[in-house]
Design a protein around this ligand. Sequence first.
Ligand code: SF4
Length: 408
Amino acid sequence: MTDTRPSFAEIEKKVRAGERLTAEDGMTLFHEPNLLKVGALANEVRERLHGDRTYFNRNMRLEVTNVCMASCLFCSFAKLEEHMPGSHTMTLDEAWHELETRMDNPPSELHVVNGLHPGLPFSYYTDLLKGFKRIKADIHLKCFTAVEIHFFARHYGKTYEQVLLELREAGLDSLPGGGAEIFHPDVRSRISHDKATGDDYLEVHRVAHRLGMMTNATMLYGHIETFEHRVDHLLRLRGLQDESLALAKAAASNGGTEPRGILQAFIPLAFHPDGNGMKNLPAPTAVDDLRTLAVSRLMLDNFEHVKAYWVSSGPDVAQIGLAFGADDLDGTIVHETIYKAAGSNSPSGLTEKDLVRLIREAGRIPIERDTLYRVVKEYDKAAMPEAALKVRDRKAEKHLSILKEIVS
Ligand code: SF4
């Protein structure tokens, strides 16, 4: 990538004219010293797309096994073998029980990600999904990263298409975005050398889209990668989304009734160093979290949603992220353990009330959505009491003055 960076003013003009940004534009945005300018530009795009509407859902996380054949340097969650201290693999009954215990206030989505366990039969995963649907027929199962799908294909001798179709037959509805890390091989070969490559990840999503499944995408930032690697990562995702959108459009214009999948949301994930092979590196700061959100919003012009994942950055930074390009806070989550293992101080879960309050106090309108962004409940911004508005304004002033100090 040659360093022929345009000015921020040129990028502003392009964004306001709806023109696509280049890799060089992305580099300018990452290097722009005035973070608030980058955030404000991303916020223009966010408000053009969504106004004040800000999404969250009632979801539940589950990791049924942390046994994993891979050895990613940033991972604090995995154990190489069964019976190692701290390893766990749930029986099917134990996994199903986790959902059963939530049926008094059931989540609309179950998000399952796991280690790459070499000793389980493929039927473990299909039975797992079938059991969840038996407990709650309409629960949306967003399960298994592209890295897991790639592993299933290699380990059980199937194609990506076979794996996805068999899992869908058992109840799988969509794919989460985990496992993307950083696509560029110079980084990936150092931090995740023994799992799906960046191209494999993109190919799994491509096949899922062709089969009509919605998917999501992530980027793990703030470790050994450079800004060039982040921009490269975003452009690879934007390229895949172009392809999938074009196929969806062509299918619709040919009168096709088969649904086509696309990438629904992009979720930047902050690296956390505790207990992993990169423990000597510092975690990214709030400024990096906010800048990465904003640049992602600006570069990913064909993504509808950018999430401020509160588990990764903490609820406070995620809340400010709603003014830096993000339109979604993810969900209630409840049982997150992967970031916890890496030293995250975020709570394990938030209530609907917590999420509504975070969104309202950021001056936005909370919208409870399902996994496919269909509206479940629309809250009223005006319902915020006068006293809370004052608190919000005071908080907003404080956030702003802190940020001004940081960037001055
Ligand atoms: S990040 Fe995923 S694939 Fe890598 S070691 Fe951890 S659980 Fe395994």
